[in-house]
Unconditional design. Structure first.
Length: 339
């Protein structure tokens, strides 16, 4: 039975499939009872593509399949902001794109995709400083570019969500909160992810402090967790080898402190939901990105069984914290049949 306040459950759909076909992804999510998904990588018969590379024909096929499986897009899980701030070799494989070109092409394309899939949300990141540099020294450059992305999204009646993640300028909740404060734009919100902090060596208590820093700018949450005892040799502020991370776990098993975080979320859910609804967003998404079979810089995998385990783990925590949610039930099936 649904309770209030409530969140909207979603998942990074490609994590639920081994071969990333649209039918695999949608079958798994529908069977698990989800009604929303975030679109990142997908194969509609022409090979695996990032959402940013989809053609009009691809989009039409996906939309038809969405109708058949009763799914809607929560967010465009774009890679916006996962490029270098500076065109300098730093030993990384991160790419650099001239900013005017990036803003005119990639950011515009993400906005077009959001409209095509009828979502108000675009997920993105806070840019890579030179590897080995202090991220805080590059706040000004990141703020300037993120502000321009937020304005572009806002002009298109969309909202840009900035995710906390290792190795970026906004690799901590505090730095991301400072970016949000300086940008000071209604088109920008923050996306919390506990595991992305744990893998950097943060303790459970420190993760909660990062959560508190991000709360004033919060838009939605990504849900994955990590085993703290498996974070070895990670010094704060050092580069994290994202492709070497392999100990992600469901939200009820890791060191992220999701029970405390979601308990606190419940206290702000009514006000946050109203704030988002004023921007045309249906509510506060809790977006599963479990990585339970492994993760990397641009994605991860869980498989249909792993996604199911992660969803049940999340629901256990939501039940403990008295946060409402909805999974498809028989009434939904009858409604889909027109009965």
């Amino acid at each position: 039975m649904a309770r209030t306040p409530a969140v909207l459950l979603s998942a990074l759909a490609d994590e639920s499939a081994f071969h990333l076909t649209a039918i695999e992804q949608f079958s798994a999510l529908a069977a698990l009872g989800l009604e929303y998904y975030s679109l990142r990588f997908i194969d509609v018969g022409r090979g695996i593509k990032n959402v940013m590379k989809l053609t009009l024909s691809d989009i039409q096929k996906i939309r038809h399949l969405e109708d058949a499986y009763g799914l809607n897009v929560a967010s465009i899980a774009s890679p916006l902001g996962k490029i270098k701030l500076l065109d300098k070799p730093d030993g990384s494989k991160n790419t650099f794109v001239p900013w005017k070109q990036y803003l005119a092409k990639d950011v515009l394309r993400a906005c077009e995709l959001a409209h095509a899939f009828e979502t108000k949300l675009i997920r993105g990141f806070s840019f890579y400083p030179p590897r080995g540099a202090k991220p805080a020294d590059y706040l000004e450059e990141a703020v300037d570019r993120i502000g321009q992305i937020a304005e572009a999204c806002h002009r298109s009646d969309l909202t840009f969500g900035l995710e906390v993640e290792a190795n970026l300028v906004g690799h901590t909740g505090e730095l991301l909160a400072e970016i949000h404060r300086r940008v000071n734009h209604p088109g920008l919100v923050l996306v919390f992810d506990a595991a992305n902090l744990i893998v950097q060596g943060f303790s459970t208590a420190e993760v909660y402090r990062q959560w508190e820093a991000m709360k004033p700018g919060l838009g939605w949450l990504h849900i994955k967790d990590y085993q703290k005892e498996k974070v070895s040799g990670k010094a704060r502020g050092k580069h994290v080898d994202e492709n070497g991370l392999g100990n992600f776990v469901p939200a009820d098993l890791g060191a992220g402190g999701h029970e405390r975080i979601l308990t606190d979320l419940a206290t702000i859910l009514p006000a946050l939901t109203k704030k988002l609804e004023r921007r045309g967003i249906p509510g506060v998404f809790v977006d599963l990105e479990p990585h339970v079979r492994g993760g990397g810089q641009f994605g991860g995998t869980s498989g249909p069984d792993g996604m199911g385990i992660a969803l049940r783990g999340l629901c256990k925590v939501l039940d403990k914290t008295n946060v409402g949610y909805h999974l498809r039930d028989f009434d939904d099936l009858l409604a889909a049949r027109g009965l």
